[in-house]
Design a protein around this ligand. Structure first.
Ligand SMILES: O=P(O)(O)OC[C@H]1O[C@@H](O)[C@H](O)[C@@H](O)[C@@H]1O
Length: 317
């Protein structure tokens, strides 16, 4: 059971009954006052509640029924429900919510290292508490921005001053994020990053389309020495262990999750992708998820005051 923490962050949205671009079946009937009272009861918008392990969790909801949940710890999105109410994301059964270990599942961040590399696997960003910098109602769509900055912990691993901003928008029928990394230091730095998205799936029915022709770095069998190749398939399936980087991936991928849903994953400025399913390495849950990750595998070089921004959008096709 979650407890509502605070009104301070609550944004109450007034759903539009007149916007013709919104699907009629989900529009509010009646006038604004009636909509407001319904809104108040249903708490549409943004609220911060106590999540698993007592960790603060930001809940986003639209008047159209779409919902998302994001933990400040790791800025990890743990739940995403669009039109059909099914949770599109997967949380691993071994996930812990103790504010110490990264949350295994949902959409964790890999920053400032995708890995493997000198730092902890996938970097420190998924292992730190981000702050809620802003929340807004953008024409009935809740938007929150989470922020991470350097501190003595990050400096001990990566001695640079940076600002990461993660803007999350829940639309009625899709979900989008914008990640920006700014060099706030006086010296240049470089990084790699990814959104390590765990989708709920039935692995025998999973297909990913859009990767044909990409250069591949196959991390099977040795992640530290990936084998170079080229994807020749129109449709990638998951008959066994898969751990593969796709360089120069397109800005649109189609994922069939094997549960009856076809998702489109669009991006701007995420140049690479990663597919991962651990197969027998995670016997208890490997059939129930697939990771399709937007990634930046080549190092981004930022001079002081420069910023890098990449966007992602997930929707039903
Ligand atoms: O850190 P997690 O969530 O267990 O994920 C680990 C996996 O993450 C994937 O992104 C990598 O390609 C794999 O090599 C790695 O094993």
């Amino acid at each position: 059971m979650t407890a509502c923490i605070p009104v301070a962050f609550t944004v109450v949205l007034i759903p539009s009954s007149s916007n013709p671009s919104l699907p009629r079946r989900r529009r509010f009937a009646g006038n604004v006052t009636a909509a407001m009272s319904q809104t108040k009861d249903a708490s549409f918008g943004v609220k911060v509640v106590e999540g698993n392990g007592g960790l603060p969790k930001v809940c986003l909801s639209t008047a159209y029924g779409s919902e998302a949940e994001i933990y400040l710890f790791g800025a990890c999105l743990t739940s995403l429900k669009l039109e059909n109410g099914k949770d599109l994301l997967f949380i691993r059964p071994d996930a812990v919510f103790n504010g110490k270990k990264p949350i295994s599942g949902g959409i964790p961040h890999c920053f400032p290292q995708f890995g493997p590399g000198p730092m902890q696997q996938h970097g420190f960003a998924r292992n730190m508490e981000w702050s809620l910098k802003d929340s807004q109602n953008n024409e009935g769509e809740p938007v929150v921005t989470l922020e991470l900055k350097d501190d003595p912990y990050t400096r001990s691993m990566w001695d640079f001053s940076f600002q990461a901003l993660y803007k999350v928008t829940l639309h009625s029928e899709s979900f989008s994020t914008a990640l920006s990394i700014t060099n706030t230091d006086k010296k240049p730095f470089s990084f790699t990053t990814a959104l390590h998205t765990y989708f709920s799936a039935s692995i025998s029915g999973v297909t990913v389309k859009g990767l044909k022709g990409c250069k591949t770095l196959n991390k099977d069998p040795d992640p530290a020495n990936p084998i170079e190749g080229k994807e020749e398939r129109d449709v990638v399936t998951f008959p066994g262990f898969v751990d593969c980087i796709y360089l120069g991936a397109p800005n649109e991928l189609q994922l069939e999750n094997g549960l009856g849903d076809t998702l489109t994953i669009r991006n701007t400025n995420w140049p690479d992708a990663v597919l991962w399913n651990p197969h027998t390495q995670m016997e208890s849950c490997c059939r129930d998820f697939v990771c399709v990750e937007n990634a930046q595998i080549g190092r981004v070089q930022l001079k002081p005051d420069q910023a890098w921004v990449a966007e992602q959008n997930i929707s039903f096709t």
